[in-house]
Design a protein around this ligand. Structure first.
Ligand code: MOS
Length: 701
């Protein structure tokens, strides 16, 4: 039997996706469906003085207009979050007249048609008592939180003595780096369809990256048992973290459906995606480094400042790479946050590591130039042979091979060290590099595998398809474990009726759900092997289920994916226009399960790096704290025209400490380091060091 894992198998869902037959949440065709449109706040802080719905209610076809005046009871306070559920966010579900941020849901109009719902929503008349909102990062009331978002790492870290390390260093360096607010901006807006099958039984079609967390949060707020809520999410049209937590609109949709006693569909309008469904906070990172003349780091420090909301706490863990990426005897990081009048920030592609590697890897580049050492050489000089932060050995780390192979493929040895040394006509050409790093996580998961008497195989796990290729790799894993061709296997996901799996976030789906699928398929194979010859007599199918536990080896090993990225930029010397003409990325991310979807994943991450480096920026009006560019035309993300040639490859690893299938996860590693490699290339091209993302032409001329 030919092995399918690792092969560049086409996506099993490619055909239905390109032919429009893949059912995304808002595509679900439910009989008797009616439409809901949210009304969101036009101020960022204050209270609703009056909210008038009579004109809205007169719009023909309107079924209900709900707000804080409608008395919609909940089983618990939606503003309180359970600390044991780190993905839960404080929700605004019409429980009072308070406004905490711009675009906060304050009412919902439900009508027979979408047009009527739009009109009714537009006719809700709101008067506010507005207070002066704040989004200032430099504030006296910044505080150090207990824990950070992501894995809940502490907000402070210390080893050795940074002050002494800096004071005694032959060379000292300190600079401030900043990254702006980002908005995820998936093509598919958040959408929910709520269907009450019985008075206490709900089906929720939801644009969710984590259907089991969604079920738990929604059930607890509505006061019904989780087993009475079925969440379905068959395809997600881009999530990037924004569809990990449950947000207010999903619960509002269920509340509205209960009130009008009809199935209700609620789709966020594009501007409504800027506020109530998370963002990446702005960060300011002060990096201090001390080094010996030969480049050996003696001290490294990163003090990070970022925003959370006034009602909830999410801390972007940007200091994490500074703690562990390089060998440094004296190392300290500290994160502080300020409470701003914004919707709560949340997970955004490579939370922490994306902005964190931008600052650290530009700082390393600056250090290399100042010491007159090749930037790659400086990194090799300070290569961490073990995780000095956790004081553990790596489960695997092929970063040296990534550096070597990346440098060779890119042609790094031909680099002219001097900035602004390569010019083609009016175009300045520059090269830069940086390191990629992202944790390799695995969480408990379950799966079920079934073989029918005709030899066909059905495998089910509750996980989500967020575009990475989950349907495809799970099919491959199951086929190999059972020893059958992939064509015989069907994999189903995205339904809480299937065995429970973790959120599709933190790059953990392949390692987590993939391992459960592998174990279930193996269990089925064993069962079939032990069956007597006449065992099939009368049986339509044979089935096995398997669950994986917490990874005990996390106590013995530090688990990360690594990579090296090299970028070439071409900058118009007069206009400052920047084009990333080529990038080379070499990654070490455990076993690669599908060469085609993996390549796409790595490229997708690197393209996000282009966005971070050059384009993405959520612009707030500083007086009213309202997003000015709240649409896809003005919130710039890279398009094909912004992307040059990508050369992507990987170092094969088989990391059985992370997962029984050897995979580490590849979803987010590509974005880490990419923006720094580009920023460093811009410096090399122009001689201008820009420490503030995005690097736009105005900053260069
Ligand atoms: Mo990702 S931000 O962990 O969905």
């Amino acid at each position: 039997m030919a092995e399918s894992v690792g092969e560049p198998l086409d996506r099993v869902d490619a055909r239905i996706k390109v032919s429009g037959r893949a059912i995304y949440t808002a595509d679900q065709n439910i009989p008797g469906l009616v439409h809901a449109v949210l009304v969101t706040s036009t101020i960022a802080k204050g209270r609703i003085a009056s909210l008038e719905t009579s004109a809205a209610e007169r719009v023909p076809g309107t079924l209900a207009v709900l707000s804080h005046k409608s008395r919609l009871p909940l089983a618990k306070d939606p503003m309180k979050v359970d600390p044991s559920s780190p993905a839960d966010r404080a929700l605004q579900l019409f429980q009072n007249d308070r406004v905490y941020y711009g675009n906060q849901p304050i009412a919902v109009a439900v009508a027979e048609t979408l047009e009527a719902a739009f009109e009714a929503a537009d006719r809700v008349v709101v008067r506010y008592e507005a207070l002066k909102p704040s989004i200032a990062l430099e504030r006296a009331d910044a505080y150090v939180p207990k824990k950070m978002g992501g894995a809940g790492d502490p907000a402070k870290s210390d080893r050795g003595d940074v002050s002494t390390g800096l004071a005694s260093a032959a060379f000292r360096f300190e600079e401030i780096y900043s990254t702006p607010f980002h908005t995820h901006s998936p093509m598919e807006p958040h959408a929910t369809i709520a269907v009450w099958d019985e008075p206490d039984k709900l089906t929720l079609y939801d644009t969710s990256q984590g259907i089991f967390g969604d079920r738990k949060r929604v059930a607890s707020l509505l006061g019904i048992p989780p087993e009475n809520v079925r969440v379905v999410s068959l395809f997600v049209g881009g999530g990037f973290g924004s569809k990990g937590p449950t947000w207010s609109h999903s619960v509002i949709c269920a509340m509205a459906a209960r009130r009008v006693n009809r199935p209700v569909k609620l789709v966020l309008r594009r501007p409504q995606m800027f506020g109530p469904v998370g963002c990446r906070t702005e960060t300011r990172q002060t990096i201090s480094a001390g080094a010996a003349k030969d480049g050996t780091l003696t001290a490294l420090r990163n003090n990070v400042l970022s925003h959370t909301s006034t009602m909830d706490e999410f801390v972007e863990p940007a200091s994490l790479p500074t703690r562990m990426l390089y060998s440094t005897p004296n190392n300290s990081t500290l994160q502080a946050v300020v409470r701003s009048d914004i919707g709560t920030p949340s997970y955004t592609r490579a939370p922490g590591e994306a902005p964190g590697t931008f600052a650290l890897e530009v700082a390393m580049d600056e250090l290399a130039y100042k010491l007159g050492i090749d930037p790659l050489e400086l990194r090799l000089k300070n290569y961490a042979e073990r995780d000095e932060n956790k004081n553990l050995p790596w489960s695997s780390k092929s970063l040296r091979e990534c550096y070597r192979q990346g440098a060779e493929k890119f042609g790094w040895s031909r680099r002219k060290p001097e900035p602004r040394s390569t010019r083609e006509g009016n175009t300045l050409v520059g090269w830069g590099m940086a390191t990629s790093v992202y944790p390799a996580r695995r969480s408990p998961a379950s799966a079920r595998a079934r073989m029918y008497s005709d030899g066909k195989v059905l495998v089910e796990a509750g996980t989500q398809e967020i575009g990475g290729g989950t349907y495809t790799i799970m099919t491959q894993i199951a086929a190999d474990a059972l020893g059958v061709p992939v064509a015989r296997v069907t994999f189903r996901l995205g339904d809480t009726r299937y065995p429970p799996t973790p959120v599709s976030g933190g790059s953990q789906t392949a390692a987590s759900t993939g391992s459960a699928v592998y174990e279930a398929a193996k269990a089925l194979r064993d069962k079939l092997a032990q069956m007597p010859k006449d065992g099939w007599n009368g049986r339509p199918f044979v089935e096995a289920e398997a669950s994986t536990r917490e990874n005990e080896q996390e106590k013995q090993y530090s688990m990360y994916s690594f990579g090296a990225q090299f970028a070439e930029v071409r900058v118009d010397a007069d206009l400052g226009q920047i084009f990333v003409s080529r990038m080379t990325g070499v990654f070490a991310a455990g076993k690669i399960l599908n060469a085609k979807t993996a390549r796409s994943q790595f490229i997708g991450g690197m393209v996000w790096g282009i966005g971070l480096a050059l384009l993405e920026n959520t612009v707030y009006d500083p007086r009213r704290i309202r997003v000015v560019n709240n649409n896809l035309a003005e919130y710039h993300v890279p398009t094909n025209a912004d992307v040059g040639n990508f050369d992507v490859s990987w170092i094969e690893e088989d990391d059985l400490h992370v997962s029984p299938i050897g995979a580490k996860g590849i979803g987010e590693i590509g974005i880490t380091g990419a923006a720094a490699a580009i920023a460093n290339a811009i410096y090399h091209a122009t001689g201008k060091r820009i420490r503030e993302a995005p690097i736009t032409p105005d900053k260069l001329i």
